[in-house]
Design a protein around this ligand. Structure first.
Ligand code: DAH
Length: 344
């Protein structure tokens, strides 16, 4: 009996001393396995008296159970401690500030161009492009501006040689698209891009700027279609409350031609310094495609009509963002450009 109690005491002590699961397992093998001292003690039962044997058996079973229970408890403790140690060692501090990757921002002209493309693509238009180095034929002659035409003076030109130049407007893309279509409509395109003029740079003039041409050719196209389209454009670009007004004008490639004003977004039409007291701001030129232009570009003016318009992108952006100096688009001052960064 004493032996058993001694074994128990020793087992419990060793269980408590076990500092990890491996040690605990070896304690379990030595006290509950086949070669354990309890097993050895039980062998001596054979030599005991009948009545001692029963109580010895009972106690040795009890001792075994107590040891098993103590091992289980210790195992649970050690497992938990091991898990906690692992959690602590593998802990990731997600509260650390991350490295900030600077994200660039779109140039305001790109913002306006994207907005226009999105609007017109939504109305079934396609986007067309043409060369910035253009021929005199496309830039002027197909646009009904033959050599010596006085209206050429409206667009002072950078010539590369007698017949090659930096395009002065995006209108020649109209001719490229029409010739490609070989007289078969319909056509619905917008043509955004850079244009060049020999202007002296100042707050509102730049020798390089961007335009977006629009061209629609189909049967039964009227001025009403042009007006409706430009109204959608004006409201989309400058706000739902905008109204438009068409004023007679002159462009060689359109007949009739109009200048298009929008009601002032600053004063709503009452008159302020932005609209110079008139309540209206001029934003673009437009008109019905001149039958002569249709003819030169392979379309039968008896069958097809069309409208065209030319939007100045810098002008749009300046009105939209309240800018007063066109140079801000080209100076590449990051403090200015960053204001157009994508938010959030
Ligand atoms: N090309 C003209 C310019 O640069 C703008 C323009 C006016 C384009 C009327 C058009 C239009 O298509 O119909 O001044």
């Amino acid at each position: 009996m004493d032996e058993l109690l001694k074994i128990r005491e020793e087992a419990i002590r060793r269980i408590k001393e076990a500092s990890n699961l491996k040690d605990l397992n070896s304690v379990r093998v030595s006290y509950l396995g086949k070669k354990s001292p309890i097993q050895a003690a039980m062998k001596s039962m054979k030599t005991m008296k009948q009545e001692d044997r029963a109580s010895f058996g009972k106690i040795s079973n009890q001792v075994k159970q107590e040891i098993a229970k103590a091992i289980e408890e210790m195992k649970a403790n050690l497992e938990e401690a091991e898990m906690n140690a692992r959690l602590a060692s593998e802990r990731i501090d997600i509260t650390l500030p991350s490295n900030v990757v600077p994200i660039g921002s779109l140039h305001p002209i790109s913002v306006v161009k994207d907005e226009l493309e999105e609007l017109f693509l939504g109305m079934g238009y396609e986007v067309a492009e043409g060369p910035e180095v253009e021929t005199d034929i496309f830039n002027f002659q197909y646009m009904n501006l033959p050599k010596g035409h006085p209206a050429r003076d409206m667009q002072d030109t950078f010539y590369i040689d007698e017949n090659t130049l930096m395009r002065t407007h995006t209108s020649p893309v109209q001719a490229h698209v029409m010739l490609e279509k070989e007289g078969k409509g319909p056509i619905k395109v917008i043509c955004p891009g850079k244009v060049y003029r020999r202007d002296d740079d100042d707050a509102t003039h730049s020798h390089q700027f961007a335009q977006c041409e629009g061209l629609v050719i189909d049967k039964n196209i009227t001025m009403g279609d042009l007006k409706g389209t430009l109204e959608v454009f004006a409201k989309h670009m400058f706000g739902e409350k905008r109204e438009i007004r068409l004023r007679p004008s002159y462009f060689p490639f359109t007949e009739p031609s109009v200048e298009v004003d929008i009601s002032c977004m600053n004063c709503g039409g009452k008159g302020c310094n932005i609209c110079k007291g008139t309540g209206w701001i001029e934003v673009l030129g437009a008109g019905m495609v001149n039958p002569h232009v249709l003819e030169m570009c392979g379309f039968d003016p008896e069958v097809y009509q069309g409208f065209a318009f030319g939007i100045g992108l810098e002008r749009c952006a300046m009105l939209k963002y309240g800018m007063d100096n066109i140079r801000d688009f080209f100076n590449n001052d990051l403090r200015f450009l960053e204001q157009f960064s994508r938010k959030g």
